[in-house]
Design a protein around this ligand. Sequence first.
Ligand SMILES: NC(=O)c1ccc[n+]([C@@H]2O[C@H](COP(=O)([O-])OP(=O)(O)OC[C@H]3O[C@@H](n4cnc5c(N)ncnc54)[C@H](OP(=O)(O)O)[C@@H]3O)[C@@H](O)[C@H]2O)c1
Length: 306
Amino acid sequence: MKQLNIGQTNWQASEIAFGAWRMDALSVADAAKAIDTAYDCGINFVDNADMYGDGESEQRFGDALKQTSVKREDLFLQTKGDIVPGKKYDTSREHIMNAVESSMKRLDVDYLDAYLIHRPDPLMEPEELADIFDDLQKSGKVRHFGVSNFNPQQFLLLQESLNQRLLINQVQFSLMHTPMIDHGIHSNMADERSINRDGGIIEFSRRMGVTIQAWSPFQYGFFEGVFIDSPKFPELNKKLQELADKYEVSKNAIAAAWILRHPAKMQVIIGTMNPQHIIDSAKGADIEITRQEWYNLYFAAGNDLP
Ligand SMILES: NC(=O)c1ccc[n+]([C@@H]2O[C@H](COP(=O)([O-])OP(=O)(O)OC[C@H]3O[C@@H](n4cnc5c(N)ncnc54)[C@H](OP(=O)(O)O)[C@@H]3O)[C@@H](O)[C@H]2O)c1
């Protein structure tokens, strides 16, 4: 498994990360199997969040890890907070401090490798978060910080108050979810795709040396479903299969390799809990598709160039 430098620091982690969102649906034994499988594939980075399964995904991970041969120190554990399901986003001191404690308790760990603010909170006070991050770092509870679903202005607004560098921005990106690159390709046009809705996350992250973590690499829409093998996307699946045959891997691997081929050096967070799908997807880090293959997949996903 190839490694990447998170936030252009010396911190190296696997290009493919394991997302635990869907882990609450598993028994502890099946969760342990998924963790062991991912680790055996070379995946050493795990993403979680306090709102996944309303805390159950963190709890299941914490319980399951003890039944594996993997030690806590063998993994980089990241979790996220600020979403209060059904109610609000909350970046207040009281909420974040309690959230970190609760996540650590469920995961049963005494430190987190990274903590991310899950979604931008319009009521966020950057100075308040700066104090919180300082306290969390000084106490040894959190080593690194980042954000998720932040646009560049929101990122800078927070970054400018902090004593730590934000190393990560976790955003949705897949072959079937490409607004981050569409607007750049259609720059200076008057069509729908030229609209820059996110303020240039990719360009900003590359300039700032921020690692983009691509969530939902095999989904289309906002959790509408999996595009791999879906009859809704015959052209894309045909092209994925063609390249899967060429590189002797699965379609999952090709879809992951398409994200990794981008020079922004993103980390791909896969969310499958199926051991075979984990093995298949992890192989995406072993291959490098060509420039033309990257474009051909983009076209097969229904995109064009001006
Ligand atoms: N920051 C955010 O706002 C945010 C939002 C969403 C997710 N995330 C993170 O990103 C991670 C990944 O998200 P995700 O789970 O949506 O990603 P995903 O890997 O795109 O989707 C996983 C789903 O696809 C299915 N799947 C994968 N390969 C398949 C195949 N070949 N055939 C059929 N089904 C297949 C899986 O089912 P099986 O388990 O049966 O394989 C699972 O239901 C999450 O765990 C979480 O850590 C972050």
